[in-house]
Design a protein around this ligand. Structure first.
Ligand code: GLV
Ligand code: MN
Ligand code: MN
Length: 427
């Protein structure tokens, strides 16, 4: 028998209001006045970890900051395996206030609803597993250009090459660890053993318009996109902007521009493949010089690794053709590659049951996530399940990013019910 969540509509509504108010509070912890930006191993990162730790202790959890700067709260006996709930607290530049953050705060409310009273005013996990809330420290990769640093450390897949990555000021990851008060030599201590984990559940805003278009609040996530990221270089010849006739120009910026348009054309013709050129720079970068060099980024995502790779090959062939016509050379350096992560069938089932408990008639919507999430790294060590919340107008990575208090309430109920359904499963 699956116990129903013992929570009144008022309790859920006040939990949702607390999540919204705390999203506003965390939005004020920013390095850039008037905008939200909070990057890995920054003073703002330390401040939000302290706030999260305070809120974790408020629901009865013991807390620690792990060796990669992830903030962790735990409720349950030290030797029990743990169900991880959470998301991330770092942001992109000029961010919204819900991407990642809402998921961490909702996880805390789920713990508040599910915890059982223990002796002497303490709180216990009512399950044969502990409940942990993890606030991952670096999902976005804003500072060092490499995403999922926090969750990769937890997954035990930290790479020594990452120590020498630098931020815009030239500070390395190693230096930033030391400045933050973390010991690079202890990074392995952040890693969790699969046998110590029951699974990972994350609530996140959708970051796209599907739920809004369908008039639905919540969705089960089926998988997280596979991704590849490249830095591309186009080399031509810098010459005088006035004196060089068109038939003599080898304009690298025009080659890169045509490449960006080709990425759009090729990806638009595909299903569930998205390519984005988000950075483009011309060199030497003067008004009166034909650009001799251009650099641009490519972010390519797909539901399946094979499809994504086939499309990359098609893009590469098109770049050969474009650059050949224009007398340019091009090369690509792959800076990120992550396989698709499929949410575990059991966790999809319990999240579906959680959603059904909030809207008993319709079968829950299932969506694939083109956006990246910490589950991409955590999937290497435990089962992953995700719940999406409607994101009005589908706008994210932008200050207008939104979610409604009502949907947060439904999401909290669905996530708590999902945990109850999971606890009722035979181990
Ligand atoms: C992170 O939000 C990503 O999908 O790039
Ligand atoms: Mn994001
Ligand atoms: Mn996110």
């Amino acid at each position: 028998m699956i116990p129903r969540l013992d929570a009144t509509p008022d309790q859920i509504a006040s939990a949702a209001r607390r999540v919204m108010a705390r999203c506003d509070e965390l939005a004020r912890v920013t390095s850039t006045p008037g905008r939200i930006e909070r990057v890995y191993l920054s003073p703002e990162h330390a401040r939000v970890n302290r706030l999260a730790a305070e809120w974790m202790r408020e629901v009865g959890m013991t807390t620690r900051q792990d060796a990669a700067g992830n903030q962790v709260g735990r409720l349950g006996p030290p030797d029990a395996p743990a169900l991880l709930l959470g998301s991330h607290l770092d942001t992109v530049p000029d961010a919204g206030r819900y991407d990642g953050i809402a998921g961490v705060l909702m996880a805390l409310e789920v713990v508040r609803l599910l915890r059982a009273p223990g002796p002497d005013g303490t709180w216990l996990s009512p399950f044969p597993f502990a409940l942990e809330v993890v606030a991952f420290s670096d999902e976005e990769g804003t500072r060092f250009g490499k995403a999922l640093l926090g969750s990769s450390a937890v997954a035990g897949s930290w790479s020594d090459e990452w120590w020498s990555l630098t931020d815009a000021e030239g500070t390395t990851v190693r230096e930033a660890f030391l400045d933050f008060g973390l010991d690079p030599g202890r990074i392995d201590e952040a890693a969790r053993r699969p046998s110590d984990l029951v699974g990972y559940l994350e609530a996140h805003i959708e970051q796209g318009p599907e739920l809004d278009r369908r008039g639905e609040s919540l969705a089960v996530v089926s998988s997280i996109a596979s991704a590849r990221r490249f830095q591309l270089l186009v080399e031509g010849e810098a010459r005088h902007a006035g004196g060089t006739p068109y038939d003599m120009r080898r304009d690298a910026l025009l080659g890169a521009s045509e490449a960006a348009l080709a990425v759009e054309t090729i990806c638009r013709a595909e299903h569930h493949i998205i390519g984005t050129v988000g950075q483009l720079e011309a060199f030497p970068g003067a008004v009166n010089i034909v650009p001799g060099e251009a650099r641009f980024s490519l972010d390519l995502r797909g539901e399946f690794d094979g499809e994504r790779d086939r499309v990359w090959n098609a893009i590469a062939r098109e770049l050969d053709a474009i650059m050949g016509r224009r007398g340019l050379r091009w090369s690509a350096r792959e800076v990120h590659s992550a396989p698709a992560v499929f949410c575990a069938p059991l966790l999809q089932e319990v999240i579906g049951a959680g959603i059904a408990s909030t809207a008993p008639v319709a079968p829950p919507v299932t969506l694939f996530s083109p956006a990246g999430h910490d589950g991409m790294a955590i999937g290497a060590i435990t089962d992953v399940g995700m719940l999406f919340l409607r994101n009005p107008d589908g706008i994210s990575h932008h200050p207008d990013e939104a979610v409604s208090t009502d949907d947060v309430g439904l999401g909290i109920r669905a996530l708590a019910e999902a945990v109850l359904h999971l606890a009722a499963e035979p181990t």
